[in-house]
Design a protein around this ligand. Structure first.
Ligand SMILES: [Fe+2]
Ligand SMILES: [Fe+2]
Length: 263
């Protein structure tokens, strides 16, 4: 089984990039199941119901992150959004679910979303404490964790601590794909960050000029870059359908105008 994990989708341009490139990616990479991080899909912050539906048209599971509630309307639809997985370790938010089981070829796939503790604004329960013991309760043969966090070492600590308990631990949030995709000694596939989907000539998906104005001169506000070539970063995890062992992890990057991917 080949699972495609797409990094944070940023804005409408990110949704269209993922949606438009997926037929080619499916054809070239034989994808069976798609997980997409949708926390920045609506104007760069959060996920509206309309954008949830748009991403649902091409993704089987949609994870979130620190922007899980940046669009307040999520309170209204999260309970009925079957594909949506919000961070499991939130302390003050109880709507929706942080870990869900999906099916692909009749094989159960658990998808869990966790929010990191370091350098993040939200106070969360420690991801390790949250998952301690649950790996025995979660009996599905395939379990993929989206670890949404700023700190790469925090993600590595978690992945090594639970190495072998999960099929894959894939990082999100920084929007910058890392070159450390590998299978850890006990079999967990790992990558510190899967990257993002959106405007290529941008600062993590946001307009270059408005980001510099905002951060350097404290003027205006951040806006999603809507121009230029679109890019889709993600990573593909291949899993043996009999033993459920991880066979490989392969980061991908599809850039508009290029015939195929470049790594
Ligand atoms: Fe993000
Ligand atoms: Fe984030």
């Amino acid at each position: 089984m080949r699972v495609l994990f797409l990094g944070d989708i940023v804005g409408s341009i990110g949704i269209s990039a993922a949606s438009d490139f997926l037929p080619l990616i499916r054809k070239e990479k034989r994808i069976d199941f798609v997980i997409a991080n949708g926390e920045n899909a609506t104007k760069g912050k959060g996920l509206s119901e309309e954008d949830y539906e748009r991403i649902s048209s091409f993704a089987d599971a949609i994870t979130l992150g620190n922007h899980y509630r940046s669009q307040y309307e999520i309170d209204r639809f999260i309970a009925s959004a079957d594909k949506l997985v919000r961070p499991l370790n939130l302390i003050h938010y109880h709507k929706g679910e942080g870990s869900k089981v999906f099916y692909c070829k009749d094989i159960p796939i658990r998808v869990t979303n966790l929010l990191g503790a370091a350098f993040m604004n939200e106070t969360v329960k420690s991801p390790i404490e949250t998952m301690e013991g649950l790996e025995e309760e979660f009996i599905e043969p395939i379990h993929i964790v989206d670890y949404h966090a700023e700190s790469t070492s925090e993600k590595q600590i978690f992945a090594y601590y639970f190495d072998g308990a999960f099929t894959a631990v894939i990082g999100t949030h920084t929007h910058v794909a890392t070159l450390d995709a590998r299978i850890l000694p006990n079999g967990t596939a790992y990558q510190s960050d899967a990257g993002f989907c959106g405007s290529y000539e941008s600062i993590i998906g946001f307009d270059v000029d408005s980001t510099i104005e905002r951060i350097v001169f404290e003027k205006g506000k951040l806006s999603v870059s809507q121009e230029g070539e679109r890019v889709v970063y993600g990573t593909i995890i291949e899993i043996d359908e009999n033993t459920f062992k991880t066979i490989s992890i392969e980061p991908i990057c599809y850039l508009e105008g290029k015939e195929s991917y470049h790594g």
